[in-house]
Write a protein that binds this ligand. Structure first.
Ligand code: BGC
Length: 764
């Protein structure tokens, strides 16, 4: 067991105007009340049940509510009752009843938390956006901002002020079942999207959260996205310089943008469970990043220090480790002994009163910032814009801009509206597969029964070109009552026969919905059945458009040669079918770009910012040392129905100093016949550095729209210090020497004339 001693803690540089009120309130609070604030229970514990199953429609059980909120004085409740999405009025009724008991007991409102990760995922009738990976593919932070505003509004309409989102983990391991919950594999893109999302959820002043806003929760701090095995909640090995340079970056930026809370990585980094890691939670997060908000655990993860990770020999010692490491609130969620055991630890002086006070101050600060003391409840009827046409349009725009055209041989797309199409594949007629996990229920498995606002791919295509022009024969289907990877007996022959009457085949393949650990896989290849479907269809000689509806890049290298076009729609949400139909028939010009590297081979998983030795030509001499990291599609890939020409890349200073600001300009022209949006990405490579430099790094991007023949000059303003990397001393370095800038086909050389090393992570 790691020694369970009382650790030091770091005071944040908080700037909240509520500190005096908090001090006064805390001076009157008992130890039980303080510990109660630090506890968060699952709503299941408060529900009326029959044979241990919540009765429906869901109802609170007064005795249970009195126990959790009255006796234990819980500060927070989470999750969706009965495991399935509820109407705003039901939420409002349940939460206001809980709130009354909380306020009557301690005078302090409880805070309800939920995972509204791509729209109000647990609010029935809410607007569903593309999952984060699709939002990353838009390369448009403004869309992320607007989407987060809609989500905040519709979550508040359910009387819920705290959203466990955004995920700022890095989607760098294609096997990881939570890859689709991330924005991308890149630290800069994640930071930009993370900041936009926090501002959309909370507004721009963390001390004045509006009535249409919610508290963000950055998760999962830190290093969760790169398990060595690819399986969820298994250990990651991340050198500290890498952890700081890539993984910490988006958390630091989103904290600067005002995020009110952070959830901890459920897993293990460099052999230490993060929930027990005082260095990461206290020294780095609360100290170096100046985080003054709430650190909440992930689901049952204090207990996991004992039962799963074996760094504590009983539950009480696990609590001791976690609270001393810097946890402020425990997502317990079921074990009611937490409060008793934490109190004993305080009385035994194993957890200091100062640590408890730090945690409680942070929790109260979040509640004050959310104005819960002034207004602990909202009426769903005040939220008249809930699921409005405007909200739906924002979700459709996001789906339009996320969809990524990866291949378009002979410009087969867009299709003619007179073409007769065969729609096939297990993803063709399901709202479940379009939305993915965390939709209506945890695994997303109830969406086909519940979702009424969206339209499947099949129906969207029928609406677009008329039912008589569409033949539907799925060929392969998922077992909707089984595990996400289970498929039903094949009827590929029927699909092949149907292809005879079609001009073109739209094969909708990918994955069924899943979330977290149940989404683990042991083969990244697209399922054998689905590959067989495409292979057999190819024998008909009819052109195949492959539509990928999947949470992670399933390998398609064997069937790719059989296709004319490939479109990745990721998990595009309720309006993904409509967006795809618009793109297939040219009513929308695609503009998404891959936010990750699409692998070609199962044993060659890589990222775009690899080291030079990973991809090099053969050396001269006897030994032919070469390295080839061929991928299916590289990060940033994405075609359009028009072409863009880049010219005249310039910079304001060819020689610069670390304190300089750099301004780059480039002309971009639409050379084609249709209007189009284009995300312009600026990559920079460092020629030589004291540690092996990355192949290239995304340092700026901008998305613009151009009409045919139009040229725009795009400027990118960055700080020279944005080109720095974390060296072996774990500090930011900007070293003297040559940097090469790439935008489209343009390159430019710039030189840093002086080396600088920053002593603090925030460079302050
Ligand atoms: C997930 C978190 C989520 C939490 C609460 C956990 O299993 O890892 O991302 O916020 O549950 O639902």
């Amino acid at each position: 067991m790691i020694g369970c001693m009382s650790y030091s803690f770091t005071s944040p540089k908080e700037d909240s105007p509520y500190e005096n009120q908090i001090t006064q309130l805390m001076s009157k609070m008992t130890l039980d009340e303080k510990i109660g604030q630090m506890s968060q229970f699952a709503v299941d514990l408060l529900l009326k049940t029959k044979d241990n199953v919540p009765v429906e429609p869901v109802e609170l059980d007064k005795t249970k509510v009195d126990y959790i909120l009255g006796h234990l004085k819980a500060g927070s409740i989470l999750n969706v009752p009965a495991g399935v999405t509820q109407y705003p009025v039901t939420w409002e009724k349940l939460i206001s009843q809980m709130q009354q008991v909380a306020i009557k007991t301690t005078g302090i409102p409880m805070i309800y938390g939920i995972d509204a990760i791509h729209g109000g995922t647990y609010t029935r009738g809410a607007t569903f956006f593309p999952q984060e990976i699709g939002m990353g593919a838009t390369f448009d932070p403004e869309l992320v901002y607007k989407g987060a505003q809609v989500t905040a509004y519709e979550t508040r309409a359910s009387d819920i002020p705290w959203n466990f989102s955004p995920v700022l983990d890095m989607g760098r391991n294609a096997c990881w079942p939570r890859m689709w919950e991330t924005y991308s594999e890149d630290a800069y893109l994640n930071s930009q999207m993370g900041v936009a999302c926090v501002e959309g959820y909370q507004g721009k002043d963390r001390n004045k959260i509006g009535m249409n806003n919610v508290a963000a929760c950055l998760k999962h701090f830190v290093g969760y996205g790169v398990p060595v095995s690819g399986q969820d909640r298994t250990p990651a090995q991340i050198p500290e310089n890498e952890l700081r340079e890539r993984h910490l970056k988006s958390f630091a930026e989103a904290i600067k943008a005002g995020a009110l809370s952070v959830m901890v990585n459920s897993s293990i980094v460099n052999a230490e469970p993060v929930h027990a890691n005082h260095y990461l939670l206290t020294d780095v997060l609360k100290g170096e990043l100046h985080f003054d908000g709430v650190v909440v655990t992930d689901w049952q993860d204090i207990n996991n220090l004992y039962i799963r990770d074996h760094v504590a020999d009983n539950d009480k010692n696990a609590i001791c480790l976690a609270i001393n490491a810097g946890i402020d609130m425990a997502m317990i969620p079921y074990d009611t002994l937490f409060c008793k055991e934490l109190k004993e630890l305080v009385l035994e002086k194993k957890v200091s009163m100062a640590r408890i006070d730090d945690a409680v101050r942070r929790i109260l600060r979040m509640k004050y910032r959310l104005k819960l003391f002034e207004k602990p409840d909202w009426n769903s009827s005040d939220y008249t814009n809930f699921a409005s046409e405007d909200h739906k349009k924002t979700a459709k725009d996001a789906a339009d801009e996320s969809i990524t055209l990866l291949k378009n041989s002979d410009n087969i797309l867009p299709l003619s509206k007179n073409a007769k199409i065969l729609v096939t594949g297990p993803n063709a007629n399901s709202m479940r597969t379009l939305n993915g996990g965390w939709t209506d229920s945890w695994q997303g498995d109830k969406t086909d029964q519940i979702e009424t606002t969206g339209i499947t791919i099949l129906k969207s295509l029928q609406n677009k070109v008329g039912v008589s022009n569409v033949i539907y024969e799925p060929g392969v289907t998922y077992n909707m009552n089984g595990k996400y990877h289970e498929e039903n007996t094949l009827d590929i022959a029927k699909a092949v026969a149907a292809a005879k009457d079609a001009d073109v085949i739209i094969a909708c393949v990918g994955e069924n919905s899943y979330a977290e650990t149940p989404g683990n896989l042991n083969d990244l290849q697209l399922s054998k059945n689905q590959q067989q479907l495409v292979t057999e269809l190819a024998k008909t000689g009819k052109p195949i458009i492959l539509v990928l509806n999947e949470g992670r890049p399933r390998i398609i290298s064997d069937i790719e040669p059989f296709t004319k076009a490939i479109i990745d729609i990721y998990l595009p949400g309720s309006y993904g079918g409509l967006a795809l139909a618009d793109i297939l028939f040219g009513d929308v010009n695609p503009s998404g770009r891959l936010p990750f590297t699409y692998p070609k081979y199962t044993n060659l998983l890589t990222n775009y910012d690899y080291k030079p030795s990973e991809n090099r030509a053969t050396m001269d001499g006897t030994y032919f040392y070469a390295a080839d990291n061929t991928v299916q599609y590289s990060f940033g890939s994405g075609l359009s129905y028009t072409t863009f020409e880049y010219s005249d890349l310039t910079v304001n200073k060819t020689h610069f100093k670390p304190s300089d600001d750099l301004t780059f300009a480039v002309n971009v022209k639409n050379n084609g016949k249709v209007a189009g949006k284009n995300a312009i990405l600026m990559f920079v490579s460092e020629a030589v550095a004291s540690i092996t430099p990355d192949n290239r790094r995304l340092r700026a991007f901008n998305k613009i729209e151009l009409t045919p023949g139009e040229t725009k000059t795009i400027t990118f303003k960055i700080k020279a210090s944005d080109l720095s990397f974390i060296g072996m001393d774990n500090k930011w370095h900007l070293e003297k020497g040559l940097f090469i800038v790439h935008v489209g086909n343009q390159t430019l050389k710039i030189y840093n004339d002086a080396t600088k090393i920053w002593t603090t992570y925030m460079k302050d």
